[in-house]
Design a protein around this ligand. Structure first.
Ligand code: PMP
Length: 353
């Protein structure tokens, strides 16, 4: 039998526009902006979600990792084939650094603690990172972080050509998010009234706010933090009963990157609200997002009373839900760990904190 398929024509191939990235790191950024018209009634105000899970290593931290590493390469602080990057992280930054260090031929040691999920540790190792687990808590604070940082300092002292990105203080971290904000402004032709984002190192907050202020844009920046986090001052007494089980946003100490005047408003959300936000996003928009995305969605829902009708909001959705299948998306885990779980619709009456 003879084929009926048309012959391959080289002119067909040549006349098609070619769009490709020369390598994986140049595929970082330019993530999709998706209207969330099912979850938020567009007749009141419109919400767009910036889906950062589409970055190659799966989160918004790809941007910060690329920016910190390429700056250090440009400055000569890192030499491929010679240097070792050492960082304390158990989540998205670790995975992002692991891919980027693999790409640039840099050794990487990630200092983590028992809160790192098996899947995240496996991802870091798959990219070639050495993962060190610190399972002792600091006797004074009860936190793992001080012990992890002590180990980082030890490794910096003993590993030849070691370099520490210091994501909580490295200006390359916020600098990466000038581009995040630039993409949003370009996508919506500048017509944005509110930006809702989750705060951890405050790299995203600082980078986006600096872009907004530097360009004189009238955008209200709403930072979303975790209840019982110390980013925006010591937690209030009532917050102390809440544990922070969902990683990503919130911090035990105020990051060095934070400065006054970046956020116009701060909203603190509970773990229960993160879960409710994630599940609402999945049920209505079919978007499987991570915990801090759920936090941002809950914060938006809580803000419905003061958001100007007819306005445009952007919600940064930092990562995907694949990394939370055993927690946020596990009914058994939620039943055991989230005592005050409520559906998002029941949150409407809660006042902004
Ligand atoms: N959400 C997730 C899922 C994250 O991994 C991070 C980074 N820790 C954040 C939010 C906070 O971003 P940033 O560090 O830029 O404040």
């Amino acid at each position: 039998m003879t084929s009926t398929a048309p012959p391959l024509s080289s002119s067909y191939e040549i006349s098609r526009p070619r769009k490709f990235h020369p390598d994986i790191v140049s595929a970082i950024g330019d993530t999709p902006l998706i209207a969330l018209d099912r979850l938020f009634d567009p007749r009141k105000f419109r919400v767009f979600g910036k889906c950062e899970r589409f970055n190659p290593a799966g989160s918004i931290k790809d941007r910060a990792a690329l920016s910190m590493i390429t700056r250090a390469l440009d400055d000569g602080d890192l030499i491929p084939g010679v240097s070792t990057v050492v960082e304390s992280t158990s989540g998205n930054l670790g995975i992002a650094l692991a891919q980027i260090c693999n790409f640039y031929g840099l050794d990487l040691i990630l200092v983590t603690d028992p809160k790192v999920t098996a899947q995240n540790a496996a991802l870091m190792r798959a990219y070639g990172a050495r993962v060190e687990l610190i399972d002792q808590r600091d006797p004074e604070t009860g936190e793992y972080l001080p012990m992890r940082l002590r180990r980082v300092r030890e490794l910096l002292g003993t590993t030849p050509h070691a370099w520490w990105p210091d994501q909580y203080g490295n200006l390359g971290n916020p600098a990466a998010h000038h581009a995040t904000m630039g993409e949003i402004v370009a996508s919506l032709a500048g017509e944005i009234d509110y930006l809702f984002l989750a705060a951890g190192t405050c790299g995203t907050l600082r980078g986006c706010a600096e872009y907004i202020q530097g360009n004189g844009l009238p955008i209200t920046v709403v930072a979303v933090d975790s209840v019982n986090s110390a980013i925006f001052g010591e937690p209030a007494a009532w917050e102390h009963g809440h544990t922070r089980r969902i990683p990503g946003h919130g911090a035990a100490v105020a990051p060095a990157l934070l400065r006054d005047g970046l956020a116009d408003r701060v909203i603190k959300v509970t773990d229960a609200e993160c879960v409710a936000g994630c599940r609402a996003l999945l049920a209505t928009e079919s978007i499987l997002a991570g915990g801090s995305s759920g936090a941002v969605i809950s914060a938006l829902r809580r803000s419905a009373s003061w958001i100007e009708p007819g306005s445009t909001c952007v919600a940064l959705l930092p990562d995907g839900g694949d990394r939370y299948l055993d927690t946020i998306y596990s009914d058994a885990w939620v039943a055991e760990n989230i005592e005050d779980f409520v559906n998002l619709d029941d949150l409407d009456d809660i006042e902004e904190i």
